[in-house]
Design a protein around this ligand. Structure first.
Ligand code: UDP
Length: 316
């Protein structure tokens, strides 16, 4: 297959490039590099099945030749990033989704949208099944991401229903692992970077809010299964068994480090509309994809710590 991956130089996009190349497919990666980095795909230079195009998919996309699948992974995904790039986040979720759907339609390609647990907002239902409509503050600090992704899901389903293109929607819950930027602001790279530098781990609010952490390898497996499945409705991909409070996560990471620096509370940091709980109901993924995550949190964190130690020794 000839597969196009937007956000191909990002955390998940670059891992998808690796996965599909390893399986013998041809991959074209698009990225405007505002939050992605060529470091993530530098090892693919010279691979004749791989091509990188520096392009912002919010603008018209022209690709020569056939395309069999389009995976739309371009978007800032860290709250700190989408607060820094609010307009770009709205554009890539709306215009970028429209352009990539148009491309998929023109090429007769299958389409997979990277959606998010953020479409559930501050959930009033726990854990969150795909049937839950969500509780989003449209004008809050996270609205730029949440509403862009909600629009993206809506237009994806419209292309499916109106134009008959094969579409898939993955609702991705917190995922971590190698190739996250150490400075991307999300909790796992923040805590690991701080721990390795000997700084106290910055727990925002009181740390009682929960997240469920999925290791990237499991996530990539889930995405691949979804792409090749015949299932059109959205599917949650995440790790429900690893729901932790942020305080627990800080303690786990401290325990994995030789001289743990401890915890420094930041009661006022980023608390507005910060969801208090989040856990995926993955019954649908289990049933329709035969998928469930395998890598447990401590193991995944150990591997991620090792990655940051070896890849960012200068900044630690
Ligand atoms: N968080 C924290 N300290 C940090 C970074 C994040 O306590 O240095 C908290 C944040 O307030 C949120 C959770 O960790 O409750 C997850 O934040 P992240 O940015 O990873 O992603 P989110 O799930 O909010 O999109």
């Amino acid at each position: 297959m000839r597969i196009l991956i937007t956000g191909g130089a990002g955390f998940l996009g670059s891992h998808l490039c690796d996965r599909f190349l390893a399986e013998g497919h041809e991959v074209i990666a698009l990225d405007n590099l505002i939050t992605g980095t060529v470091d993530n795909i530098a090892h693919l230079a010279g691979n004749r099945n791989f091509r990188f195009i520096h392009h912002d998919v919010s603008n018209f996309i022209f690709i020569d030749g056939p395309i069999d699948a389009v995976l739309h992974f371009a978007s800032p995904a860290s709250p700190d990033d989408y607060l820094k790039y609010p307009i770009q986040t709205l554009k890539v979720g709306s215009l970028g989704t429209h352009n990539t759907l148009g491309l998929a339609r023109g090429k007769g390609a299958r389409y997979l949208l990277a959606s998010t647990s953020e479409i559930y907002g501050e959930p009033q239902v726990h854990p969150q099944p795909e049937s839950y409509y969500g509780n989003v503050n449209t004008i809050g600090p996270r609205g730029v991401y949440d509403e862009a992704k909600r629009f993206a899901e809506a237009i994806t389903m419209a292309y499916h229903r109106y134009h008959g293109i094969e579409t898939r929607i993955a609702r991705i819950f917190n995922t971590y692992g190698p190739r996250m930027r150490l400075d991307d602001g999300r909790v796992v790279p923040n805590f690991i970077g701080q721990a390795l530098r000997g700084e106290k781990l910055t727990v925002y609010g009181d740390g009682s809010q929960t997240r469920s952490f999925c290791y990237f390898e499991d996530l990539i497996d889930g995405i691949e299964r979804l792409l090749f499945s015949e299932f059109t409705d959205p599917v949650n991909i995440g790790n429900p068994s690893e729901e932790k409070t942020i305080l627990e996560l800080a303690e786990i990471i401290n325990n994995l480090i030789k001289d743990p620096p401890g915890i420094g509370f930041r009661p006022d940091a980023r608390t507005k509309n910060d969801p208090q709980t989040r856990q995926p109901d993955i019954s649908r993924a289990r049933e329709k994809l035969g998928w469930e995550p395998k890598v447990m949190l401590e193991e995944g964190l150990k591997r991620t710590i090792q990655y940051f130690r070896t890849h960012h020794p200068d900044s630690l």
